[in-house]
Each structure stands twice: as structure tokens, then as C-alpha cells.
Design a protein around this ligand. Structure first.
Ligand code: FES
Length: 99
């Protein structure tokens, strides 16, 4: 094991895009709602010229499983947000930029 040669200088946003069957007792998951958040965050990063400072990655279940929006975890702060929508994306990226 060794440290990765690259990492974002400010923050790494992990967006849940986990999808389950609609009949799953844990709910359908963030699925497509998370995917729309990822795309909105990536647009915000590109428009802000933040590609070296803020990274955005899809991830699986973060354990909070909202029925609206998606879950987002922020590294290195450890913050965990739920019910995040595409409308929240630019604000989260801006906040992460200063993390
Ligand atoms: S399915 Fe997204 S947090 Fe669990």
C-alpha cells in the first residue's frame, strides 16, 4: 500500500447513486436522483475551474437512504448531507471549495 499520487486539494464529494428495487424494504435508494446531483456538481466544478480542488464521485449506499434527493458525503470534513438535489449542487461545491 502507498499514498495515491494525486488527490483534490480542497474536498472530495461522494454522491450516492445506489439503486434498489422499488419494493426493497430499505427503499429504492438514491439512484437517478443521485446521478442528477453528480452531473450538476460536475458542471459546477467545470464552470468554476475547480477540477484540481474539488472532485465528485459516485458511490453506493451511505446509510441514510433518503426518499427525496440523494445522500452526499464530504471528505475530509466527514460531513454527511441527505435529501440533496441538483439545485443544491453548486452551493455544496462552493462550500467544499473552501474546505
Ligand atoms: S441508497 Fe443512497 S444513502 Fe442509501
Amino acid at each position: 500500500m502507498r499514498p495515491a499520487p494525486f488527490r483534490p486539494s480542497s474536498a472530495h464529494l461522494f454522491v450516492c447513486t445506489n439503486a434498489r428495487a422499488a419494493t426493497d424494504p430499505l427503499g429504492a435508494g438514491c439512484g437517478a436522483r443521485g446521478a442528477s446531483v453528480v452531473e450538476a456538481m460536475k458542471r459546477a466544478v467545470a464552470q468554476g475551474g475547480l477540477a484540481s480542488r474539488v472532485w465528485v464521485s459516485r458511490t453506493h449506499c451511505l446509510g441514510v437512504c433518503p426518499t427525496e434527493g440523494a445522500a452526499v458525503a464530504v471528505s475530509p470534513t466527514g460531513a454527511l448531507f441527505t435529501e440533496v438535489t441538483a439545485a443544491d449542487a453548486a452551493g455544496l461545491v462552493a462550500a467544499a471549495r473552501g474546505a
